[in-house]
Structure formats: C-alpha cells, structure tokens
Design a binder for this molecule. Structure first.
Ligand SMILES: Cc1ncc(COP(=O)(O)O)c(C=O)c1O
Length: 425
C-alpha cells in the first residue's frame, strides 16, 4: 500500500471525506503532497509530478517563487500579525490600483469567496435592491448567494443548490446562460429589483469557456444602461490574463472587481475593489459590514506585494512566454486527438486550457456538461500515472506557470499521447 493510500485511510477518520476542499478528492484516493518547488510537487511516496493544477491558478509564478519567499521570510522576522494598520497595506493597495484602473479603493480579505461575498453585499448596499444575477456555471466561492448552478466542485459533485443553503437566499439569485447577453437584457428589463450582476469574465470553472465576441461589452452596456453594478470576479483571471486581468485584456471597466489566487502566489490574500462611491460604503465609514481578523495580515500582504512587483517587472516576457507554451501544448494535443479520431474541443487563452470530449463547441454550462466526463477521468488517471498533475475534474482548468520549462512540456505531451490513446480504447 502506498503512503498516500495509508494517509488517506487515516485522514478519512478525522477529516470529512479525507479532504479539506471537495475538489481535492479523486478516485481511488488523492496523493498526499510532501513538498514542492518551481513546476513540481512531490508526494509522500517521493513521486514527482509536473504541476498543472498550480493551486487552481494561484501559482502563476510557480511554487516557492524566490522573490515571494524572500519577502515573506523578511516579514516573518518583523511580525506575522498586528491587527492594526500597516504601511504595507497602503503599498499593496496602491499596487493593485495601479494595475487595475477600474479600482479606486480596495479592501483586503483572505479568500476569493470572502471577496465575492463582500462585493455582492456592497452591490446590495449601494442599490438598496435584493436580487443578484449570476451566470450558469460560474463559480464565485462557497457561500449561499452564489452556490446556485455553480461550476467547479459543485458541478462535479452534482450539487445545483447546496443542502443547508436557504431557499430565501437562493431565490434571490437569478441565473442566466453564459454568453447570452439577450437573456440578461430580458431579465434585467423585467425585474426592477436587481442589485448587481456578477460574472467570471472568462469562465474557468466549467472547464475553460471563453466569452464570445462582444459578450462582455454587451453586459457592460446593459448593466450601465440599467444602473446595475457589474462585478467582475477576477479571482482566477486577475494577474493571470494580463497584469490588469481580463478587464485589461478585453478593455472593459467593471464597477467592482474581486481578486485572489495569483495575487498571493500561494499565500491567503484576496481583495475587493471598485468605484470610490461604492467602496466607501464599507464600515466603519459606511453601513455595509465586512470584517476579518486575518485581513491584511503582514505575511500575506508581503507575499502579494512581491507577487505584483515581480509580475510587473517581468510582464514583457512572462505573458508572451506563457502564451507561446500554451499554444504549443494545445496545438499538439489537438493534433494528437484529431489523429486518433477522438471527438474533442480544446478551449484555450493565455496560460489556461481545457480539453472536452465532445464534437460540439463548448460555450456554456450545458455544452460543458454534455462532454464525456468519463473519458476525462480516464485521461486524468493516465496523466497522473505518468507524473502529470492536472486538476482532477472536467470542470477545472489546466494552468501553466512561469516555472514550466520546454522539457516539462515535452514530458507533458508524451503523457497526453498515452492518455489520449487510453481514451480512444
Ligand atoms: C472565479 C472564482 N471566484 C471565487 C472563487 C473562490 O475563491 P476561494 O476558494 O479563495 O474562496 C474561486 C475559487 O476557485 C473562483 O475560481
């Protein structure tokens, strides 16, 4: 029995399902991580994996990035928690605002879910309205207002509305098909109680689904025309698609933005920011309450400052390299699947991609759900055996990092070759 299997048996006795986040479980048992560096994770059995899960997108710069580790090590000698303001919070806020011109003021929180929860409360506080519109398959964290037709682990485990969530809350969340701005317009024009629209500008929680041409500019126009705040959930895309996220890439200015993942390069830090008149509603100056003991803690803040400074310093090389590597990977995988006559689609942008086993384009929740997830599962397990770790679900994304080398890509392609052949059989 492997050490990971033994540990999983032990974990199940004390941790529900043996994991601290549902997406980490896969059959027959997940490997247990021991250490990581750059592009690699080693498990307790000392098996090395090339990591393409990359902290579900957080590790844009790779594991244990030197600039981040040295900033955090320095901070550890000064203190890990003060619960009183620090100079570094101002520095981080200025860096975030510098990269995201739609953000005039920003509050730091700890997780993406906390950021979206605060964004929605702010939208409700600002408009004094109740209902939120989200898009089918978008995942915005594990809280009641957004756990409705959500992607990621919730789609993977067939949970459309979570048990224990209140109907009174979920009925105030209206769901619109992704890439369908006409449906959004229809619902907004019929309903005068819309507090906000929240969207992943690139849907990275149903596999990868790209916004169709004009989708984002149309939803910006519809929300503006109807005075409804537009929230871009850039928890995945922030810093990953460009230094200023998807909003910079597509040239759209939302009213509120949420950031997490790549902001902290492996440390728990997130942010919610936006227009001054909205952000100033936060307590104690305003009456929208949000608070957290660990918010803005100096350890995570030092990691975030180092991450943004590093990204800004290397941006000219970073994004073109990631795109080049991603284009190479996806084109070869596409050719392999075509040669094997496996019906498939590959969606990709910047440093993210996903393959779907279907002959129809994947443009929304339903088309992603209709892809053959059993084939995906088989592909995943062969990749893992060959030392390639991608997120264990069709409804997640393959993430590249700055640490991947050409040799890593060659090894990855050899593994995809074997994995696709196994899918064919
Ligand atoms: C787009 C998006 N928003 C919000 C979240 C929630 O972030 P967290 O898991 O840090 O709460 C996630 C998590 O994967 C996400 O992908």
């Amino acid at each position: 029995m492997s050490k990971s299997q033994k540990l999983f048996n032990d974990a199940k006795k004390v941790i529900p399902s043996g994991v601290n986040s549902p997406v980490r479980y896969f059959e027959p048992y997940p490997f247990f991580a021991k250490k990581s560096n750059g592009a690699y994770i080693w498990d307790e059995d000392n098996q090395r994996y090339i990591d393409f899960c990359n902290g579900y997108g957080a590790l844009l710069l790779g594991h244990r990035r030197k600039e981040v580790l040295s900033a955090v090590s320095k901070q550890l000698t000064q203190g890990t928690m003060f619960c009183i303001p620090t100079k570094s919070e101002i520095e981080l806020s200025k860096l975030i605002i510098g990269n995201f011109p739609s953000i005039q003021k920003v509050r730091l929180v700890n997780t993406g879910g906390e950021a979206t929860m605060t964004a929605i409360r702010l939208a409700r506080g600002f408009t004094k309205k109740k209902k939120i519109i989200k898009f089918e398959g978008c995942y915005h964290g594990a809280h009641d207002s957004v756990l409705v037709k959500a992607g990621s682990g919730s789609a993977h485990n067939g949970i459309s509305v979570s048990d224990g969530g209140l109907d009174e809350v979920s009925k105030n969340t209206l769901v619109v098909q992704y890439n369908n701005s006409e449906e959004l317009e229809r619902i907004i024009s019929k309903n005068k109680d819309i507090a906000g629209v929240i969207v992943e500008p690139i849907l990275a929680n149903m596999g990868l689904i790209l916004p169709e041409k004009n989708f984002l500019s149309e939803i910006r126009k519809i929300t503006k025309d109807n005075d409804v705040p537009l929230i871009f959930d850039e928890v995945v895309t922030g810093f990953r698609i460009s230094p200023g996220g998807a909003q910079q890439h597509f040239g759209i200015k939302p009213d509120i933005t949420t950031l997490a993942k790549a902001l902290g390069s492996g440390f728990a830090v997130a942010a919610v920011g936006g227009k001054k008149e909205i952000m100033d509603l936060l307590s104690p100056g305003g009456k929208v309450y949000q608070a957290s003991t660990y918010a803005g803690n100096p350890t995570s803040v030092s990691a975030a400052i180092a991450s943004i400074k590093t990204i800004n310093k290397i941006k000219n090389k970073l994004y073109s390299k990631l795109e080049k590597y991603n284009t190479m990977l996806t084109h070869v995988i596409d050719d392999m699947a075509t040669d094997l006559k496996i019906p498939h689609q590959i969606n990709f942008i910047s440093s993210m991609f996903q393959i779907f086993f279907t002959d129809k384009p994947v443009v929304d929740y339903t088309s992603s759900m209709n892809a053959d997830a059993k084939k995906f599962k088989k592909m995943f397990s062969v990749l893992l055996k060959k030392g390639i770790f991608i997120a264990p679900s069709q409804f997640e994304v393959v993430f590249l990092s700055d640490a991947h080398t050409k040799t890593d890509l060659e090894n990855t392609l050899n593994a995809y070759d074997a994995a696709l052949k196994s899918v064919k059989n």
